[in-house]
Design a protein around this ligand. Structure first.
Ligand SMILES: Cc1cc2nc3c(=O)[nH]c(=O)nc-3n(C[C@H](O)[C@H](O)[C@H](O)COP(=O)(O)OP(=O)(O)OC[C@H]3O[C@@H](n4cnc5c(N)ncnc54)[C@H](O)[C@@H]3O)c2cc1C
Length: 272
């Protein structure tokens, strides 16, 4: 594989680095309050949505270029939010761009890509449900007239508080092994039966909007059109969702790690 950076990519990387240095880092003192202003500036600088398809206002970068940009954006915890490439929206937009129907794209992906709404991804469950081993999934959807009824509990859904919808991973066919009988649903957070119980405390848990929510689906009804992708394909899709998302997490963290070392070195030199 060729990891040589093209002149265009070096120019883009440097533009993102300058934006983070000149616009994002000075805004850190205000926390996430200035995000919309920063996003407008990122649009003007031509660096908004590096991973987003061009039809949704992004740069449509491939994986290598995306990694380079994400590392620069990650130098500030606000950088990925400013460029609209922060978790969980970044991974959710990726999934939606691959699997959403035209109607789902307009209802969910477009406003998400434009930064008008936020989303969350609800797979992990309190014990004895799904965690490291997602085949322990307990949340179920059962067939009802005109759709499905979802019941179960999730937690650690990053960004849940204030999100417009959740992508929920749910068992739809308990008669087959879980990895063949799970499905993803698009669940509006204002649907009756969607209950945000609390934000779960985590180390570094204040690094983005919406916390890490514990959610109850209490006999929540959705139509068939709420299925994302195909019935029973939830596991395959979760690989498509989560595999690149581990890489993009790491690239953002590489950026913040580099900056942390620089701050520590400057402090050590100053104190010495
Ligand atoms: C900041 C943060 C954000 C998150 N965001 C999301 C999100 O947006 N959406 C979402 O769905 N989830 C999210 N998660 C949840 C995350 O995916 C889970 O924490 C992870 O999958 C591990 O599951 P668990 O916490 O239930 O741990 P467990 O599965 O209970 O594991 C606990 C420990 O036991 C070990 N262990 C487990 N099984 C075995 C085994 N068979 N053999 C040996 N050791 C084992 C694990 O390695 C771990 O050390 C988030 C978590 C954090 C901390």
């Amino acid at each position: 594989m060729d990891f040589e950076l093209s002149p265009d990519l070096i120019e883009l990387r440097d533009r993102v680095a300058a934006f983070v240095r000149d616009e994002v880092i000075p805004a850190e003192k205000n926390g996430a309050r200035d995000i919309q202003t920063l996003r407008d500036k990122a649009r003007k600088a031509g660096i908004y949505g590096p991973q987003l398809p061009r039809e949704f206002g992004g740069l449509g970068l491939g994986t290598v270029a995306m990694c380079v940009v994400f590392e620069e954006a990650g130098r500030s915890l606000l950088g990925p939010l400013a460029l609209h490439c922060a978790a969980p929206d970044e991974g959710n937009m990726h999934l939606l761009s691959l699997y959403a129907t035209p109607e789902q794209r307009e209802r969910y992906l477009r406003p998400l890509a434009e930064g008008k709404i936020r989303s969350c991804f609800a797979m992990t469950e309190p014990a004895p449900g799904a965690g490291s081993d997602p085949t322990m999934l307990l949340t179920k959807a059962t067939r009802v007239d005109g759709g499905w009824e979802i019941s179960g509990r999730k937690w650690f859904a990053t960004g849940a508080d204030g999100s417009a919808f959740a992508i929920a991973m749910v068992v739809t066919d308990p008669s087959v092994p879980t990895h063949k009988g799970a499905t993803m649903f698009l669940v509006p957070t204002n649907a009756p039966g969607f209950k945000l119980i609390r934000s779960v405390a985590t180390m570094g848990g204040h690094d983005g909007p919406g916390g890490h929510g514990e959610i109850e689906f209490d006999h929540l009804r959705v139509p068939d059109s709420a299925i994302l992708g195909k019935l029973g394909e939830g596991f395959k899709m979760s690989q498509v969702r989560l595999t690149p998302a581990r890489l993009t997490h790491c690239m953002r963290w590489m950026g913040v790690a580099r900056r942390s070392i620089e701050i520590a070195m400057a402090y050590a030199k100053f104190s010495g």
